[in-house]
Ligand binder design. Structure first.
Ligand code: GLU
Length: 492
């Protein structure tokens, strides 16, 4: 880590709405990588000013889920720190004090307009095809009148007084300068009538008071950027640096990642059996690329390489196939004991009896095909249950079903002669393959129906591998079942 004494401070500022969206997870990951690359602090701040959207227990859940990725905070509601409280609903007095400064300097004003008035203005603007915005009705009330009406108990919000003309130029670390016309900026609400701040106000006040050095967030916030900078100017504060991360789009159709098109919450991916290390590697590359083009990177390697200047500005594409590739890769990095542990919950959930099963051997056979842990139940079902299949699957190429039955009978006789102690994959291969050769049989004419009899599947590991794990009795019994079913067919 560079810069150990550096005061770099980066916050992740989610709203506690229940689940962690992949886009927000990517923000948290970039925040963490940036903070750690610069030797700074990674801070959690809960932005719960929109209480309608709040879900009880969401903050605890969020902390837990980020912990499963080893994204550990240095400060936050659960850890404390010198800049708390770290939950906005516990900071309402701070926002009140701060907004008083803007009222006193004339940079903000009380607005007493009723909901009805605002709604009817909005309707008129819409009818005239104008952008809906506040018509600044209360902007020029005298300080005395404003104060007197507030003291008389009239309800009001506090709005930011935007410059009426000119332009404001802001600087994003990735995009450079961006200029906005002030005339387009609405006199946005800073404090609602219940005294609670809006996101726009609380976010700026907190970033300043918490000495945040880099404001990092999704580029959906770019349109708020000039308003944020104007607030810094109104207060006379120096703004931090701003980095807006690119949007993440669906691969199909290119729209924003949405639930309609697949899973969007990190919790869904974890539940399906995506490994944290795969999600971290995959999400880090959503919009960022290391200068050395290395694609397989663990958290430590990501921290070392994470230079925010390598983040692009064009949208990143969420490619599930790529995530599956990473997951398969990281699955294969686990040793068998740990894979058995990771897979067991999914096998139990499928109702399989794991007591008798040789799980290590079963998982060893499936490991290479496994991309998502939850698929393990489907990939290994024939080790736990009798296979079900259409007998036409037993037929190899243009063999008749009678011939297949005869082949299986012959095979069964050979298998019977193999001693149980010799029943290993290697021995089975060393006995069966030379036998077929000697008899001038084609491998496929025997091995295909045998494999289908064992697994019921079109694709699976070889019959030698499957039989070695199933054991002699089960392996021969399944051949007998296949022969019986073919017999039944010939009687029809
Ligand atoms: N609470 C905002 C969100 O959840 C934070 C945006 C920001 O980081 O400024 O998106």
């Amino acid at each position: 880590m560079k810069n150990n004494n550096s005061p770099v401070r980066i916050r992740f500022a989610p709203s506690p709405t229940g689940f962690l969206h992949i886009g927000n997870f990517r923000v948290a990951l970039f925040d963490y990588l940036l903070a750690k690359n610069l030797g700074g602090n990674f801070i959690l701040r809960i932005e719960d000013t929109d209480q309608k959207r709040e879900v009880p227990g969401a903050t605890e859940k969020l902390i837990k889920v980020l912990k499963s990725f080893s994204l550990d905070f240095d400060e936050g509601p659960h850890l404390g720190g010198d800049f708390g409280p770290y939950i906005q609903s516990q900071r309402v007095n701070i926002y009140q004090q701060e907004v008083e400064k803007l009222l006193a300097s004339g940079k903000a004003y009380r607005c007493f307009c009723s909901e009805e008035r605002l709604a009817s203005r909005r309707a008129e603007q819409e009818a005239n095809k104008e952008a809906p915005r506040y018509d600044r009705h209360c902007r020029n009330l005298s300080a005395e009148e404003s104060k007197a009406r507030a003291e008389a108990g009239e309800a009001f919000v506090i709005r930011q007084k935007m410059p009426e003309e000119g332009s404001i130029t802001v600087f994003d670390e990735l995009r450079g300068e961006i200029t906005f016309k002030c005339a387009d900026l609405d006199d946005q609400v800073l404090i609602k009538s219940n005294g609670v701040p809006t996101y726009q106000f609380a976010n700026v006040v907190d970033d300043h008071l918490m000495k945040i050095t880099h404001v990092t967030r999704g580029d959906e916030w770019l349109s708020s950027f000039p308003k944020n900078i104007l607030l810094y100017q109104d207060f006379g504060w120096t703004p931090p640096r701003f980095i807006h991360f690119p949007l993440i789009l669906n691969k199909e159709g290119g729209g924003k990642l949405s639930k309609r098109k697949g899973d969007v919450f990190v919790e869904d991916y974890l539940a399906k059996g995506y490994l944290p290390e795969a999600l971290v590697n995959f999400c880090a590359l959503l919009g960022w690329h290391p200068a050395d083009d290395q694609e397989i990177l663990n958290l430590t390697e990501l921290i070392e390489r994470f230079d925010y200047r390598d983040i692009g500005v064009s949208p990143a594409v969420f490619d599930l196939e790529k995530l599956n590739y990473y997951n398969g890769y990281y699955i294969r990095q686990h040793d068998l004991d740990s894979l058995v542990e990771l897979c067991s919950p999914y096998l139990k959930e499928a109702g399989y009896d794991l007591k008798e099963a040789n799980l290590k051997a079963i998982i060893a056979l499936s490991r290479d095909r496994l991309k998502v842990l939850s698929e393990v139940a489907l990939l290994t079902h024939y080790f736990f249950k009798e296979p079900e299949y259409d007998i036409s699957l037993l037929i190899w190429k243009n063999l008749s079903s009678n011939q297949v039955r005869e082949n299986l009978k012959e095979l069964s006789t050979v298998l019977e002669e193999i001693l149980e102690v010799d029943w290993t994959k290697e021995n089975l291969e060393e006995i069966i393959l030379p036998y077929l050769k000697e008899k001038n049989h084609k491998n496929g004419d025997f091995l295909w129906p045998w494999r289908v009899a064992l697994t019921g599947e079109k694709a699976s590991p070889s019959p030698f591998e499957v039989a070695s794990v199933l054991g002699k009795d089960k392996s021969i019994a399944r051949v007998e079942v296949a022969i019986f079913r073919l017999d039944q067919k010939s009687l029809q």
